[in-house]
Design a protein around this ligand. Sequence first.
Ligand code: FNR
Length: 356
Amino acid sequence: AGEAAPLTLADYARSARARLAPAVWDFLEGGAGEERTLAANTEAFDRYWLRPSVLRGASRPDTATEILGRRWDAPLAVAPVAYHTLAHPAGEAATVRGTAAAAAVPVVISTFASRAVEDLTGRGVPVWLQVYCLRDRAVTRGLVERAERAGVEALVLTVDAPHLGRRLRDVRNGFRLPAGVVPANLTGGDGFADPSVHAREEFDPDLDWTVLAWLRSVSPLPIVVKGVLTGADAVLAIEAGADAVVVSNHGGRQLDGVPATLDVLPEIAEAAAGRVPLLLDGGVRRGRDVLTALALGARAVLVGRPVLHGLAAGGPDGVTGVLRILLDELTDAMSLAGVRALADITPDLLRRSGDR
Ligand code: FNR
């Protein structure tokens, strides 16, 4: 008997771990510092229970939504993760193909994507570009213009990385990118072998909110600000012209000790007051987690590590498998909870454990 077919995202994680070199697994999986924030992201979902409504005729739940003027098959997107070729030789090309086979939802490619953006667009799913505004603005501008020409539909400006977080697993492992794993869309795109060196030399620790106006001057694409954790910063992002905000702690990889994204979502939803769509990432591992995030104010969630697990475990088919499991779990939970469509989701759907 071979490996049993994966039934959960945890099954894919196990399979990926068995296939990847330990130091690569640690790079994908790890967080900063003591990994308290990393652990909190998943634990936060477990503090909520669902309050189902029965006899609502919810046999065929509709998961579709519309965000930034585009229809999404489900309130899900692939989070930007650097260097997919670490997990599979076809890298981001396999991720895009695998996603398109599962659902029409956006794939956000990293500034440090390891496949050319021209090979990723026009393949059935919207591609968004995550932007690190690097010290060398000409390089950043070149990246954005190239992506726009290729048909990228939105920019996701990551604001939680004035420098790279201190990821102790990588320090202990002396982790370096394997030969051939390079950022395919940056000019002068090699010499980045040590991810902590590239970040030290290229990231701009002096960025402030004027970076949004600069990015706006460079590109007409919608700008999504990723990495906000307080209501006050969400307001600043909206005032600076963000078209959407991603509540994110970078999957626990930047400042260890910040709260789980799910736990700050209500504060941010209140501050944003519906002016822009809110997305959330960090710790989404089951379809019902999507329901929980939506009930607390997110319009959609992004999924990071699990997509790389699928990629490592089975290439494009693994990515399809991971996203299909999430979608199946989501529709299963919606049907059983009496949620016919995403518009039915309200805070009433939740009970926090310990609440009376
Ligand atoms: C990331 N993330 C990330 N974010 C970003 O804006 N640019 C990037 O290049 C990367 N690279 C990256 C690499 C790896 C290996 C991981 C695990 C994560 C963060 C990512 O977009 C997202 O915020 C988290 O991964 C979401 O948490 P989960 O779904 O992994 O728990």
